[in-house]
Write a protein that binds this ligand. Structure first.
Ligand code: ADP
Ligand code: TRP
Length: 326
């Protein structure tokens, strides 16, 4: 069973990315030939138009994933653009993609609705994503809920290609990442780069403490009992707390008579401790850039072997490759 997912290198990873996606990718790894994870730098190019930033974020993403526990013995990690076969496959798929299908996709639709001009990269984003998935005969694609529409597009494109040219592609299934892992940001809304409310996984402890102290809370008096479940500070605390710590904190909320400052201090200490081993590994990796490049190179080689076989299969099916003369 091939598991595959991609993550865009659009900035430093935040707690939402970790608990909502990365941690679950790591839980699903196990066999190098079966779990494929890549850094979607070609997709990021639809938003990042700064050469140095894109390169830095791509390498940062690789180091972050490795530091957080992605194990190159148990999963294949590579950079999307290191597998050019995917872009070729994208073209083959594009020739059979109805415009209407892409016009209905939300990322493009939202941008249009806001009156912003969209480019062909954003418009055809779902086709490249379909090529990413189909190039490796992927069966399971772990993604957040916002990506379900793209998996549906991928299945549609694969099914219609198979219908036109005969069985070529494996139809993938989405595995929706744990919904309870919707991490709130410092303002209580969903944590997201676009909302400027993130707490970064590899933030310096001193900076993180300050950011946590600035988390927005309500102004109810200290004495008033509070419902822990509806409080975003408590939700953040729960990400890191053991069951007993969580219970104790919930009891404090219900009893009242405490300040949010205490919760923030406890949260900062737990979070700093939780990510400490990853921070250490991150520092070690930074000191070994060659090792990181080697891991990505090996990953790309493994991925290319698979992708070129699938590309050949697709080219043969649609007549885009002349048969060899013996
Ligand atoms: P952002 O919203 O910061 O731009 P992305 O859209 O790049 O983040 O998300 C990358 C991955 O992290 C996706 O799989 C997404 O579902 C997950 N993710 C992002 N923010 C959160 C969050 N607040 N809670 C849970 N998962 C999240
Ligand atoms: N579009 C995905 C996101 O923004 C990233 C991605 C690109 C992806 N290609 C993929 C995810 C293929 C799963 C499979 O999160």
């Amino acid at each position: 069973m091939r598991v595959l997912s991609g993550i865009q290198p659009t900035g430093r990873f935040h707690w939402g990315n970790y608990f909502g996606a990365i941690r679950q990718y790591i839980d699903l790894q196990g066999d190098r030939t079966k779990a494929f994870y890549f850094i979607a730098n070609l997709h990021a190019l639809t938003t990042i138009r700064d050469r140095d930033a894109l390169m830095r974020y791509t390498l940062d993403a690789a180091m972050d994933l490795l530091a957080l526990g992605l194990d190159p013995e148990k999963a294949t990690l590579f950079v999307q653009s290191d597998v050019p076969e995917v872009s070729e496959l994208c073209w083959l798929l594009m020739t059979g993609t109805p415009m209407g299908l892409l016009e209905r996709c939300v990322a493009y639709k939202d941008k249009k609705a806001k009156g912003l001009s969209a480019d062909a990269g954003l418009f055809t984003y779902p086709v490249l994503m379909a090529a990413d998935i189909l190039a490796y005969d992927s069966e399971i694609v772990p993604v957040g809920e916002d990506q379900i529409q793209h998996i549906e597009v991928c299945r549609d494109l694969a099914a219609s290609f198979n219908h036109e040219f005969g069985q070529t592609f494996v139809l993938p299934k989405a595995k929706i990442l744990d919904r309870s892992a919707r991490v709130p940001g410092t303002d209580g809304e969903k944590m997201s780069k676009s909302y400027n409310n993130t707490l970064a996984v590899f933030e310096e402890p001193a900076v993180l403490r300050k950011q946590i102290m600035r988390i927005v809370t309500d102004s109810r008096p200290m004495e008033q009992p509070k419902d822990p479940e509806s409080d975003h500070l408590f939700q953040l605390y729960s990400l890191f707390a053991s069951d007993s710590q969580r219970e104790e904190m919930a009891a404090l909320y219900r009893r009242g008579g405490f300040g949010y400052g205490e919760v923030k201090k406890a949260l900062a200490e737990l979070a700093i401790e939780f990510f400490a081993p990853a921070r250490e590994r991150r520092k070690e990796l930074e000191a070994q850039p060659r090792r990181v490049r080697e891991i990505l190179g090996d990953g790309a080689a493994t991925a290319r072997t698979k992708a070129s076989a699938v590309l050949r299969r697709a080219q043969d099916a649609c007549g885009a490759r002349l048969p060899e003369i013996c």
